[in-house]
Design a protein. Structure first.
Length: 191
């Protein structure tokens, strides 16, 4: 059974002042959504427990993108700007609503251990998680990124997924990578 992988980069005092929980609350009709949702809940539970124990700032981020926007704005398809802008706004609003709903399902996220602990902060960042989560981690100067990893193929996928590995290589802080509940390592048999 896989367990979380905690990669520690030594810097600072050894305590966590700022923790960034990266979740994926995209469309609910994607394959594997139940697994993704359970993993998002677990990411929030772990990150909030760590934030409460350290009285640290907890930041929750979702990187969103309007798939197909470039095609709509391209020279091949002539989509009026008002429709493109409306589509982009709808994608962002859906992401914000999904993030708010997820936070509502994990109530301990918004409950600090003490009244003087920082409040929860949420971030909707536009773009690829591979690029935007490391940029946000740097901008916020976080000490720990808590994220999920669903990679299921190849040797690297056994330990970390491709997005998680890409993010790990770009951040200058510790990372706690969590596999989804019930994740089973694929087994291949050679004949």
């Amino acid at each position: 059974m896989p367990c979380p992988v905690w990669l520690i980069k030594c810097r600072g005092s050894g305590s966590f002042r700022r923790i960034l929980a990266a979740v994926d609350v995209g469309d609910s009709d994607r394959p594997g959504e139940e697994t993704r949702h359970a993993m998002n809940c677990r990411i929030l539970e772990v990150a909030s427990a760590l934030a409460r124990s350290e009285c640290a700032e907890l930041h929750v981020a979702y990187a969103w993108d309007a798939v197909g926007e470039a095609l709509m704005r391209g020279t091949t398809v002539d989509t009026p700007e008002k429709y493109v802008a409306s589509y982009v706004r709808q994608v962002k609003e859906r992401g914000a609503a999904n993030l708010e709903a997820l936070l509502g399902e994990v109530p301990e996220v918004a409950v600090p251990l003490a009244s003087d602990c920082p409040k929860l902060k949420t971030h909707l960042v536009r773009g690829s998680a591979r690029k935007e989560i490391p940029a946000l981690a740097k901008k916020l100067d976080v000490d720990l990124v808590v994220m999920g990893t669903v990679g299921r193929t190849g040797i690297p996928g056994l330990i970390m997924g491709n997005t998680a590995e890409t993010i790990l290589q770009q951040v200058d802080c510790s990372v706690l990578a969590i596999k989804p509940p019930g994740f089973v390592t694929p087994v291949t048999l050679d004949a």
